[in-house]
Design a protein around this ligand. Structure first.
Ligand SMILES: Cc1ncc(COP(=O)(O)O)c(C=O)c1O
Length: 427
């Protein structure tokens, strides 16, 4: 068949029914990933837990899929906490990250019973303690550390280096001062250590290096304070396939080396092995997403042939933000041979709004449906209204069923929050 299928549905039928640009998500693919995590991590290694990094993609429907698949949620904002809570997500399976949690967000987390708060700094610790005190309750906390490791990814998505804005430095004994405050508080229950070193990592070395740092800290905590670290959260960041030649890594590729290291270290150092928690986002949702666009104007400037789409940096900001690379096909010419190199240009008023530079495609014609692959993560969740562009709809496909899970914004929606002062209206 010369047409792209998403599960058992023709991509061109989805484009016709729901319009473009359109985010299409394969539910089977999400569930397959969750089940792989169960089989090759949670069941294989006892005393483990997986939470999905909801920043990657969190329409309400996602909460229900994850709940059914028994995967928890990692959140980083009041909005994400609210989404989980409103959709009856079990809040004890929610973990709250972030480097500048506001007082309101901390209160919301405490009131809704968020299971773990990953504390980023001393000020936050003090605020959290006050909030718990005023609600006469306790909070389970982990400390996010700066493991001081380099990651093989773009600087903008690297988070474990010495000067990162995330986490607590391990230099000059500072971490221990913060930890002692927590241990002295009747409202804070210290559970463990957290790190997250970056995103879209395709080699495992930096996870292994950070795990080594965390293990030696865990030993230090035991030796200096006689305190057992119950949990170690090793974050997310597990990379996926964007381009045809990118490697495809099973979850075991990332986790087996870390688990072997942890088990060996704990045995050799006579430490109780902490519960190990992971926070994958992209690995669960990235490859489940395809974005459909309609090709509009086509032109040649200099040596470059531009094929413009009806979307771009407002629905997928990653190429403009950090030169992320994507692969695409023409959904209605799937089996036709690539003929010519074109650059897929977005329609927005920035020169950086180029979705894919120099991709070989079959003859591109106005009206063709372009399908950009692996757009499930950090596309819809980073969408914006630049140039007053409505955010596209999201359709969930399961076998031969397709359902809208997020409505397309309308022009009316764009004006919803606007207020015109009376004095201006009189003009
Ligand atoms: C604290 C934390 N955990 C997990 C993730 C998920 O990363 P990824 O989607 O690459 O798995 C992120 C992403 O930035 C993060 O900041």
């Amino acid at each position: 068949m010369n047409t792209l299928m998403i599960e058992k549905v023709k991509a061109i039928d989805l484009a016709q029914k729901y319009g473009t640009p359109l985010y299409v998500i394969s539910e089977t693919q999400i569930r397959r990933k969750c089940q792989e995590i169960h089989r090759d991590f949670l069941k294989k290694y006892p005393h483990t837990k997986a939470v999905y990094a909801s920043k990657a993609f969190l329409p309400s429907a996602m909460c229900y899929i994850l709940k059914e698949e028994e995967i928890g949620l990692d959140v980083v904002s009041g909005g994400e906490i609210y989404t989980a809570f409103k959709n009856n997500f079990p809040m004890d399976h929610v973990e709250f990250n972030g480097n500048n949690k506001t007082l309101e967000e901390i209160e919301l987390a405490v009131k809704t019973g968020v299971g773990r708060i990953i504390v980023d700094n001393l000020q936050e610790l003090k605020t959290l303690e006050k909030v718990c005190q005023s609600h006469n309750t306790t909070a389970n906390i982990l400390f996010r550390i700066v493991p001081d490791v380099e990651s093989d990814t773009h600087d903008y998505i690297s988070t474990g280096h010495k000067t990162s804005k995330f986490g607590i430095s391990l230099e000059n004994n500072y971490f221990f001062e913060v930890l002692k405050e927590a241990l002295a508080s009747p409202h804070l229950i210290f559970k463990g250590i957290h790190f997250h070193i970056g995103s879209q990592l395709l080699i495992i070395d930096s996870h292994v290096n950070a795990t080594k740092k965390a293990l030696s800290l865990i030993e230090d905590i035991y030796l200096k304070l006689n305190t057992e670290v119950e949990e170690l959260n090793i974050g997310g960041g597990f990379g996926i396939q964007y381009l045809p030649n990118d490697p495809v890594h099973a979850i075991s590729y990332f986790l087996n080396p870390c688990m072997t290291l942890i088990d060996d270290f704990c045995r050799e150092h006579h430490l109780k092995r902490p519960k190990i928690i992971i926070e994958p986002g992209r690995w669960i949702i990235g490859e489940a997403g395809t974005t459909l666009y309609t090709i509009g104007s086509i032109k040649e400037n200099g040596q470059v042939t531009y094929a413009s789409i009806d979307g771009g940096m407002t629905d997928n900001i990653r190429p403009s933000l950090y030169q992320a690379k994507y692969h695409a096909v023409i959904a209605n010419k799937l089996n036709e041979s690539p003929l010519k190199e074109v650059t897929i240009s977005g329609k927005f008023c920035e020169s950086s709004d180029l979705l894919i530079k120099n991709i070989k495609l079959p003859l591109v014609e106005t009206g063709d449906i372009l399908a950009v692959m692996s757009t499930g993560a950090y596309n819809y969740s980073m969408a914006n209204n630049y140039n007053k562009q409505p955010i596209p709809a999201v359709v969930l496909v399961h076998d031969n069923v397709h359902e809208l899970i997020v409505k397309r914004q309308t022009y009316e929606d764009l004006l919803m929050q606007d207020i015109i002062p009376k004095r201006l209206e009189q003009v």
